[in-house]
Design a protein around this ligand. Sequence first.
Ligand code: 0X9
Ligand code: ZN
Length: 440
Amino acid sequence: MVSLQLLVFGITTLLLQVGCGEHNKYDEYTLISLYPTNPQQVEAARHFYDPENRVEILKSSRGVNDSLDVLVPPDRVAILQKYARSNELQFQVKETEYGRKFEFVERVPRRRVLRPFNVYDYNSFGSIQEYLDTVATRHPDLVTLQNLGSSYQGRRMKLVKISADPNAGNPIIFIDAGIHAREWVAPAMALYLIHRLTNDPDARRNELNGVDWYILPVVNPDGYEYTRSSKANRLWRKTRSKSVSNCYGVDGNRNYGFKWAVSGVSSNPCDKETYAGPKPFSEPETLMVRNVMMENAKRLKLYVSVHSYGQYLVYPWGFTGDFLPKTWKKLDSLARSVSDAVQRAGGKPFKVMSAGKWYPAAGGSDDYAFGAVGVPYSYTMELTNGYEFIFPKDLLRTVLPQFYEGFKVFGAQIRKEFRPLEYKAKTYTSSSAENSSEED
Ligand code: 0X9
Ligand code: ZN
């Protein structure tokens, strides 16, 4: 009897796990890369679209020798091949049965007491929230949580403010991640940053010396949880708001109110990728990020929106590739120093350019921070290369510390350029920063 109960329990638990026996449409999809080798082919790669809207674009091409990656249902492969041939685009089948490599996600979280939070894993929004509470309780001298409000579906969003001296008027670095639901490595990076900034004694001496860090690790929690709910939903990108046409979601990174919808957007709410929304800031999630920026506009000196994939570090303008902001050389040179640091730590370098030169797309948070809020350094950081959105969790332990080295460079530059004068004087004359206590 006992063993029968155990068996029933075991089977029920198994059925509650994502992927068990569930049909996943992506299992039959093929990942295909198209490589343009001259400007004409770049144009052809740029203008590719599927009239049936069933081929999913994973990454656009930024130019010669940069691939357009698409995920193709079985009955569309021939059409794609035909398009490639007629435009003389090199065509490479990267992976058949693409969906079979999707991660296994636990639906029923084991109790936290049994398993502490692991920063080298892809965690549920619920355990991320619990982790943030734990960090704030453990480091009351460093961390405060600000409630920002709720997502469309009612998930509470908390901004993590890390500051060694909240009254010093330090410059602020604001980092957000996860506006795009499927880009799981981005929230993982933001959480790792929180972990290092609060636990690493070197961070108190350096990164937190004269600079405050504000981090919003999951901007789109509804979308994030949706991608975790089943393998068929793993590649969802947008928010989960419902439109009048009964389709779901807005591309949060087309929804910001600066040059809204002038390029690289869709006006169709049923478009799976780049629907800009009915109006700027139609989404509660982007509105919350805007509020954080506006409330801190004076002290906000660097904004980084973390995404994936492709290992790019891009700066404004994103809405156009026709011209650059006046200060582009500063933006470009800091990005290159960040990339060098990541490379020195054993990581791959970033491709550095303006976002609009990669591909013009308006309504991004980077342009809003730079153009509307006046943040002098603003970037979109696309992490990892080689695994598209399914970055293996076993590799997080290797890459997150490498990227952290890049964030240290960001911190150093903001300190050098913007730390308040009286603070500079104080640290020159006393060793208070060196005496800060170490925790954990
Ligand atoms: O298209 C985007 O929103 C970003 N790439 S992603 O593959 N993660 O979707 C790039 C955004 C760059 N910035 C702007 N175009 N403003
Ligand atoms: Zn993204």
